[in-house]
Design a binder for this molecule. Structure first.
Ligand code: ADP
Length: 857
């Protein structure tokens, strides 16, 4: 019994210990462990279950498990399973791991793994449920599934060729469709090949070197490889391929996943793009140098090295041709390493090939071996040049040089030729332009220099000229001053001399009346004669002085030749009579003609010539005053005597003042000034004077003046219609015309004939005019300013000083049309100033107005 008891106690103890172990096991189990009874009520609930479902053990004991941890939608199934087990003692879920959805106390659902085991203890059946949260496991599995799917997608459907190979054996393990399409092998073929089979043999050693250790390292940088490789397609074509490979684990093998990008076309395109960019850059460089007006050598330098590289040749040279000397000169040469610039290297043009062909633009290929043996060919071969091409440089149709390039023997590609031609053409333009620019610059500099020299010369000349001008101005001013002083002196002198002379002459005349003794009479006669001589002398000196000072007033107008001659002859007739000299006229046909001269001064000249012709004549000789038409519409008046004539040697001196050629010794009266004055007067009137003489037969002095239209003719030519000239109403009146020019007198006479009621009184001298004015009290006085005795202005002053005549309107008729003079006389009170040639209508209008208004206004 004791043993039994002891046995029972031991058994109980063992049971208790076993239960305790179980409890501890459950309490510390990793899974949630829940037990339920046959009704489904919770009988135990370990700490993991508390954590998993959020319920404490105390809260859930006795509760239905389905209500506690099964979401409502699954509860029914749970209940059904339990009921079936109750009825049959079996159920599909028992003893198996199943997945179902658990419900947390807070309402969230989550996947759980469940294993239910029935435990029989006597008659009681308990179920123990082991539950585990499988959210994480689920998520991980989903991720793996997705990653596998996307890997598949990336690999199989990738447009880039991809494959996986065994790093150890180099055998293909997998390929994608793009690889099959690109390389031309089927998948099966691929999988029977090694990666070395898609490469040309020369690439294999490099591949093997890279594969050694590939993927063995853990370092991701080493586990990846990228590079460019040459691959061979099934059809044998060679391609350039960019490769990226990653070390991967493939079904337990050390493998590599490869992505291959065929860059053959891309590389070709890039290369040709780079070439054409470089080509453009070279052309642009030439343009830039051209625009920057760089020197030829700088232009060549800017492009030569790049051109050499672009052409892919060791040497390129810009040669300039000197066609005249048959030589070529290097402008710039680019060798393998160096570039040589500037002139100095010259060689025969024959090294450039066929010059005529070059002219036509055809490039020349020269094989150095075919050149005649000589230093040049040796030098070329020595520097490694076997073949070279010369591309002509033509600018403006002119062959200026050649671009040569080459080196090793071989053909030149169309691309090289194209580039060289393009560059040569552009270079030719730039070089021609640069040369032109240099020439223009040189010329501009020369021109500049010449201009500077010329400017210097000019400024020197200018300074010289300025000095001369200043000197001349000074001299002129001096002369002017001297002249003014002289004429001032002369006019003073003449005044000072004339006053006592007038007294002498006056008293001499009185004495003449009183003395009776012949001896006294003779003395008085001498006094008078001396006085007259002095007076003439003074007058003539004064005239010359005035002419020389430009102060002699002249009033040129048409003068009737016949009148001038007649008047002179009338004046000299008494003198001629004393010598019994016969006076004659000739060329009377020309007497009605007019010459353009100052009436007074013409008279004075003719008077001088005629009196000389009498003075220096023989007694009872002859003097002829003739008229002839001369050249250039001139009229010549000549005075011919029968005197001793003048020796040719003396003629020069004739017109010199005070030179009497010895006449003073023959007792002939004279001053030696007559001819000198005459010459000056004639020339001042635009005429000429001269002499012809036959010694011992006589002399002929002549003057010539421009022919003038007579005022009468002019009137006839321009005469207005009678209607215009008709008097508005017949009125009587008297007009006094003070004028010494007969032609003018006649003209006015004829004009006034149109007014039959008007009487014209002519006066040919000023004093006479004044006397006639007082006597006749005319309605109008016409006044010439140039009168033989007193001046017209003097007449005007005296008229205005006479109370009886002050109101009489005076109209000046003058050839002098200077505005100053006209202004002055109008201001002095003249009614009108009519200039010659006379406007008849104007005169008649004035006359009509004066007669109508009764003058005086
Ligand atoms: P003047 O008669 O007062 O001496 P002129 O100037 O009129 O001065 O003449 C200069 C000189 O020319 C005269 O002195 C005279 O010797 C010479 N001469 C002038 N007219 C004649 C002439 N018709 N025949 C010869 N000699 C003349």
């Amino acid at each position: 019994m004791k043993k039994q008891v002891g046995q029972g106690r031991r058994t109980q103890e063992a049971l208790r210990q076993s239960e305790e172990r179980f409890r501890l096991l459950v309490a510390h189990a990793l899974d949630a462990v829940i037990t339920i009874d046959i009704q489904g009520r919770i009988t135990s609930w370990n700490p993991q279950a508390e954590r998993l479902f959020g319920w404490a053990q105390a809260e859930v004991l006795g509760r239905l498990l389905s209500e506690t941890i099964i979401p409502p939608t699954y509860r029914e199934a749970h209940e059904r399973g339990l009921a079936r087990f109750r009825a049959t003692g079996e159920g599909p879920v028992l003893g198996r791991r199943i997945e179902l959805t658990g419900l947390h106390r807070n309402g969230t659902e989550f996947p759980v793994e469940l294993a239910i085991t029935p435990m029989r203890s006597g008659k009681t059946v308990l179920f123990s449920a082991f539950l585990r949260d499988i959210t994480e496991a689920k998520r991980a599995e989903e991720a793996r599934r997705q990653s596998e799917a996307s890997f598949r997608l990336l690999f199989t459907s990738n447009p880039l060729p991809m494959w996986v190979y065994d790093v150890a054996t180099m055998a293909f393990l997998e390929v994608n469709a793009a690889a099959v399409a690109h390389y031309g092998y089927s998948r099966e073929e691929f999988l029977a090949m090694r990666i070395t089979d898609i490469r040309p043999p020369e690439e294999v050693p490099r591949l093997e070197a890279i594969l050694t250790g590939f993927g063995a390292e853990a370092d991701p940088a080493v586990r990846r490889h990228a590079g460019t490789w040459t691959h061979r397609l099934k059809d044998g074509r060679i391609r350039e391929v960019d490769i990226v490979s990653h070390a991967i684990d493939f079904a337990g093998r050390r493998a590599a996943l490869v992505v291959a990008i065929d860059v053959t076309e891309l590389r070709q395109t890039q290369a040709s793009l780079a070439k054409s960019t470089e080509r453009l850059r070279i052309l642009h460089e030439i343009d830039r140098a051209l625009i920057a007006a760089e020197a030829p050598v700088a232009i060549a330098e800017a492009v030569l090295r790049r051109l050499r590289d672009l052409l892919g040749v060791p040497r390129a040279i810009v040669n300039l041709f000197d066609l005249a000397t048959g030589e070529v000169e290097w402008l710039a040469a680019a060798g393998r390493r160096r570039i040589r610039l500037g002139p100095g290297v010259r060689f025969p043009l024959s090294l450039m090939g066929d010059v005529e062909a070059l002219r036509r633009g055809e490039p020349q290929v020269i094989d150095v071996a075919a050149l005649p043996r000589g230093p040049e060919a040796e030098a070329l071969l020595a520097s490694g040049v076997h073949t070279y091409m010369v591309v002509p440089m033509i600018a403006g149709g002119e062959l200026i040089g050649g671009l040569s390039f080459g080196g090793a023997p071989g053909e030149f590609s169309p691309e090289q030729i194209g580039i060289a031609q393009e560059v040569a053409a552009q270079l030719a333009i730039a070089l021609a332009q640069a040369r032109l620019h240099e020439r223009v610059k040189r010329q501009a500099e020369e021109l500049e220099q010449r201009v500077q020299e010329r400017t210097r010369e000019l400024s020197t000349a200018n300074e010289q000229l300025q000095r001369e001008v200043a000197e001349r101005q000074r001299a002129e001013a001096d002369a002017d001053r001297a002249n003014r002083a002289k004429s001032e002196f002369l006019s003073r002198m003449s005044h000072e001399l004339r006053t006592p002379l007038n007294a002498i002459l006056g008293f001499a005349q009185l004495l003449e009346l009183e003395v009776e003794r012949p001896a006294d009479r003779e003395s008085v006669e001498q006094i008078a004669k001396g006085g007259r001589h002095l007076l003439t002398l003074i007058n003539e000196i004064l005239d010359i002085a005035r002419i020389e000072a430009g102060q002699l007033p002249l009033s040129p107008e048409p003068v009737r030749v016949g009148d001038a001659i007649q008047r002179v002859l009338d004046l000299t007739r008494p003198l001629a009579a004393t010598r019994r000299i016969e006076l004659e006229t000739g060329g009377a046909a020309l007497h009605p003609e007019h010459v353009w001269a100052d009436q007074q001064r013409l008279q004075q000249v003719l008077l001088n010539l005629v009196s000389n012709g009498i003075k220096y004549n023989r007694d009872a000789g002859r003097l002829t005053v003739a008229c002839d038409a001369a050249e250039a519409d001139r009229i010549r008046i000549s005075v011919k005597d029968t005197g001793p004539g003048i020796a040719p040697a003396l003629r020069e001196r004739l017109f010199q003042p005070f030179d009497r050629l010895g006449a003073e010794q023959h007792g002939v009266e004279g001053t030696g000034l007559g001819l000198a004055l005459s010459k000056r007067l004639v020339e001042a009137m635009g005429g000429t004077i001269g002499v012809e003489s036959v010694p011992s037969a006589g002399s002929t002095f002549w003057v010539e003046f421009l022919r003038a239209e007579s005022p009468i003719d002019r009137l006839a030519r321009t005469e207005p219609s009678p209607a215009v000239l008709a008097a508005p109403a017949e009125r009587d009146g008297t007009v006094l015309y003070i004028e010494d020019n007969l032609s003018n007198l006649r003209l006015v006479e004829r004009t006034l004939a149109l007014r039959p009621g008007v009487k014209l009184i002519p006066a040919m001298q000023g004093r006479l005019g004044l006397a006639l004015a007082q006597q006749h009290r005319p309605d109008l006085i016409l006044l010439d300013l140039h009168l033989p005795d007193i001046s017209g202005e003097q007449v005007l002053r005296e008229l205005q000083g006479d109370p009886g005549l002050r109101q009489t309107p005076v109209v000046v008729l003058s050839a002098d049309a200077t505005p100053g003079q006209i202004q002055r006389l109008l201001a002095a009170g003249v009614r009108a100033y009519l200039t010659k040639p006379l406007d008849v209508r104007q005169l008649l209008a004035l006359l009509d107005e004066v007669l109508r208004t009764g003058g005086g206004a």
